[in-house]
Design a protein around this ligand. Structure first.
Ligand code: ADP
Length: 188
């Protein structure tokens, strides 16, 4: 079902889902060479800390100029911009739930993945990289978040072969190991 080998000495795993692939890599979202990268955005789509800060720094100030024209973004929704100085042609901005323990949290987190992937399909994006949405400043427990992420991505890929690769980019070895354990149990 999957291969597990080293790439650039960082962790890497790959799973076949339908005709597409789900990759788990340890790395930095801003460095990805996929058609699109996903931003773990805030509702204003503003630069800030974490993933959003890193993406805005790497893309350059034109990204914030474009984001200002979009009227913000609600939790669970997604919006698309150009990638400017990034390797990726597009950035898909999605706003994860701030973890509160309510039943809405998993619903909104699942919507982030689904709506981002739908936007990718509409824009002819074939390869897309996600960070672990909501598990930083927004406080979502990573094991629960990884189950929602992997299930949402796998369910989308089964019906949407136009997306060839979804790459989850995990920041650090321990986050990668959580996602790997989850993907092994759900997909193998
Ligand atoms: P949120 O506000 O949705 O929680 P954060 O940006 O605070 O978003 O964090 C989301 C996840 O992304 C966290 O697990 C964090 O460790 C990770 N992360 C932070 N910087 C990067 C980066 N440059 N590339 C990939 N993941 C990152």
């Amino acid at each position: 079902m999957y291969t597990n080998n080293k790439e650039d000495s960082l962790n890497f795993a790959k799973y076949k889902v339908g005709n597409s692939f789900l990759e788990l890599v340890e790395g930095d979202i801003t460095m990805q060479d996929t058609d699109a990268i996903v931003n773990a955005a805030n509702k204003r789509l503003a630069p800030g800390g974490g993933v959003a800060g890193a993406i805005h720094r790497a893309a350059g100030p034109k990204l914030w100029e474009e984001c200002k024209t979009l009227g913000g973004c609600e939790t669970g929704e997604a919006k698309i911009t150009k990638g400017y100085n990034l390797k990726a042609k597009y950035v898909i901005h999605t706003v994860g739930p701030v973890y509160s323990g309510s039943p809405e949290d998993p619903v909104n987190l699942e919507k982030c993945y689904k709506n981002s992937l739908e936007l990718a399909s509409k824009n002819n994006i074939k390869t897309i990289a996600f960070p672990s949405i909501s598990t930083g400043a927004f406080g979502y427990p990573i094991k629960e978040a990884s189950e929602i992420a992997i299930k949402a991505i796998a369910s989308y890929l089964k019906d949407h072969p136009e997306i060839e690769v979804v790459r989850m980019v995990l920041y650090g070895r321990s986050d990668w190991e959580v996602y790997k354990e989850t993907a092994d149990s759900i997909l193998s």
